[in-house]
Each structure stands twice: as C-alpha cells, then as structure tokens.
Design a protein around this ligand. Structure first.
Ligand code: ACO
Length: 209
C-alpha cells in the first residue's frame, strides 16, 4: 500500500450538488461512457491525443482497460485516480499522475466535469479535496497543472484555488492532434497551510454538509 491510497474524500456542497471523490470502480463503465460519448465536443479539444476513435476509446468496453491500468498505477504509488460524484452520480474525474517522491515529492493533476454540471463549482471542490489529501495523506509537496492558455474555464478553476502561474511550456503536449503550448501552474504545501477546502469554504464557494 502507498500513502494516501485508496481514499474516499468529501462530501462538499456546491451550487451543482454534493461533491465527493472516490477510486474508480469497474461498475462505473456505463455512467462514464454515457457522459464521455455525449460530451465529446466539450472534452476532446482539451485532452491528450490518443490512438483510435473517440467512440471506441470511450465506449463501455473501453472502461475495464482504463480502470485496471489506473488501478495498477495506483497500487504502485504512481497515480491517485479519482472519480468525481455529484449527488452520488458519476460526474467526472480527477487524476493525480506522475507521482515522483524523493526530493521532488511532486505530481501533476488533471480533471474534467460533465457538461451538464459546468459552472456549478464541481471541479474546484473536487480538486481542493484531492490536493488537500495529496498534501496531508499522500506525502506530496507540490502539485502542478498544465493548461492550454485558451482554456479559460480551467484557468478559472485554478485561480479560485490559488495555484500560481509559473511559466509557459512551448509545444508541450499533444492535445487534439497537435503539439500545444501550455501554461504551467502550481501550488506547494506552504501556500495553503489551512488547506484548499478551508479556502473554498471561507470564500463561500463550498460548504461542509
Ligand atoms: N460553459 C462553459 N464554461 C462555463 C460555464 C458554461 N456553462 N459556466 C461557467 N463557466 C466558466 C466560468 O468562467 C467559471 O468561472 P466562474 O465560476 O468564475 O463563473 C468557470 O467556467 C469554472 O467553473 P467551475 O464551476 O468553477 O468549474 P467546473 O466544475 O465547471 O469545471 C472544467 C471546469 C473542469 C474546466 C470543465 O469546464 C471541464 O470539464 N472542461 C472540459 C475538460 C477540461 O478542460 N479539463 C481541464 C483540462 S486542464 C487540466 O486538467 C489541468
């Protein structure tokens, strides 16, 4: 077992409903696939390119493979993969990846939320729960988020959470079929001694039910 895994975090109440995060389950296949197939337009332009068609990669049959590789990486302490739920229904994912320990103790974070819930404060709540967990339970010191400069909604999420902008990575990641520039934002434990959930609650963006 690795520190901080497995874990169930939350709940937090936001405008869209009651947000919690938990590890992915094999059973999530149909809910996950239904959202991903419907939300191609909303998601594809922000996600890393991958071989195969969108429909194949996001079919119910594609989930067991994703689930087992996420679980294998989590068991080796390399990833902390979470499914976001709103009112107990699958609503998106937050993944902490490339966990490096030693004198770095750092990882990246990535997330998506179903289109019918956007603007409801779900991503800030889920990311706050996960970052606090990484800092207090998983022994990490720094979390990094790389975002396309065009992705104003995602930049707004990170702004609400006090991530600071650290630089621009040129032609950094293959997203939607080309090498795209990404802004690098990050947060370290010193930035949030009381945690990000505390910050969201103080700002009136979330409540502990
Ligand atoms: N449609 C589009 N954008 C909207 C809408 C809407 N209907 N409503 C609000 N927004 C914008 C607003 O600017 C809002 O900021 P505000 O609350 O100050 O008005 C901003 O989105 C963020 O809204 P939140 O409720 O805080 O966050 P949300 O739960 O909607 O999630 C997210 C934001 C994750 C970016 C979501 O839009 C999404 O899944 N997008 C597609 C995938 C994606 O871009 N993921 C992030 C990739 S980068 C990374 O992972 C580091």
């Amino acid at each position: 077992r690795h520190p901080g895994w497995p874990a169930k975090l939350g709940p937090l109440r936001v405008k869209a409903g009651v947000v919690a995060v938990r590890g992915p389950r094999l059973f999530d296949a149909s809910a996950w696939s239904r959202i991903r197939l419907r939300d191609r337009e909303h998601l594809e332009r922000w996600e890393p390119s991958a071989p195969g068609s969108w429909d194949d990669r996001n079919s119910t049959l594609a989930w067991p493979g994703q689930w087992s590789s996420l679980r294998a990486l989590a068991r080796r302490g390399m990833t902390l993969p979470f499914v976001i739920t709103v009112d107990d229904q699958v609503a998106g994912q937050v993944t902490v990846g490339n966990v490096i320990r030693g004198s770095l103790c750092s990882a990246w974070i990535g997330y998506w939320v179903a289109s019918h819930l956007v603007g409801g404060g779900v991503a800030p709540a889920a990311v706050a729960l996960v970052v606090d967990h990484c800092f207090t339970q998983a022994g990490l010191h720094r979390i990094e988020a790389t975002v396309r400069p065009e992705n104003t909604a995602s930049l707004r999420v990170l702004e609400k959470l006090a991530f600071r902008q650290e630089g621009l990575f040129k032609r950094y990641l293959d997203v939607a079929g080309d090498w795209r520039d990404h802004l690098c934002l990050a947060i370290t434990t010193e930035d949030v001694p009381d945690g990000l959930v505390h910050r969201l609650v103080s700002d009136g963006r979330a409540a502990i039910p």
